[in-house]
Design a protein around this ligand. Sequence first.
Ligand SMILES: C[S@@+](CC[C@H](N)C(=O)[O-])C[C@H]1O[C@@H](n2cnc3c(N)ncnc32)[C@H](O)[C@@H]1O
Length: 225
Amino acid sequence: MSRTIRSCRATTHSDLATLKKPQITTYYCWKHKKICKPLFSIKEWFDRYAVDTVYRIKTFAKLKTSSHYVVLPVDSRTVDIFKEVEKRNKKFHDILKKQKINGIFTSPPYVGQIDYHEQHAYAYDLFGFKRRDELEIGPLYKGQGAEARASYVEGISKVLLNCRKFLTDDFNVFIVANDKYNLYPAIAEQAGMKIVNQFKRPVLNRTERDKSPYSEIIFHLKNGK
Ligand SMILES: C[S@@+](CC[C@H](N)C(=O)[O-])C[C@H]1O[C@@H](n2cnc3c(N)ncnc32)[C@H](O)[C@@H]1O
């Protein structure tokens, strides 16, 4: 249902991530280079996604292993991961507590790019989730100025420092970042970690097709200075 609503919002195809004003008439579409129109009924998309969801659940059921997993909708700067996991899955908690976590793969927010709560406002509305806009690291509304960048460095460093408590000594952390302000060396330093490798990844098929394709770096961090 939330996927249907996302696809049916009254917005242009090129403006899915940062809604500006409702689009309720035909318009010239920058993404598809032609005249497009907003949707006037959700039925077609709902049917398509319902069938697709059943297909995905069936496919996943075949691939699924007995691995444990939990989803924690929390502030990553302060969460006590073991405690939260214990509340949800005792068996998993016992394994984690004994072995600790040996890796993180994350795509964090980037400084001043997206207000995630705004982008997914339709889902908060639909499910009645409580919004916690003020906990977002590096939101768009704070911009990309010196103050916003400093607060971003502090925010991401805090996340890494918090997560360290739950990691093994020989951990691997992979962070996907569009680091145009070169903030990650300082972030690694503040978190007591060192960047041991960087992998470049071109970003080609984004939701919005804007003029300038960009590349992201995947930083590989390990323990130490
Ligand atoms: C680039 S997105 C990646 C989302 C997800 N990994 C994915 O691939 O779909 C960054 C995410 O970080 C979340 N975020 C921002 N501040 C956070 C915080 N303090 N604690 C936890 N998550 C946060 C944003 O809400 C957003 O969902």
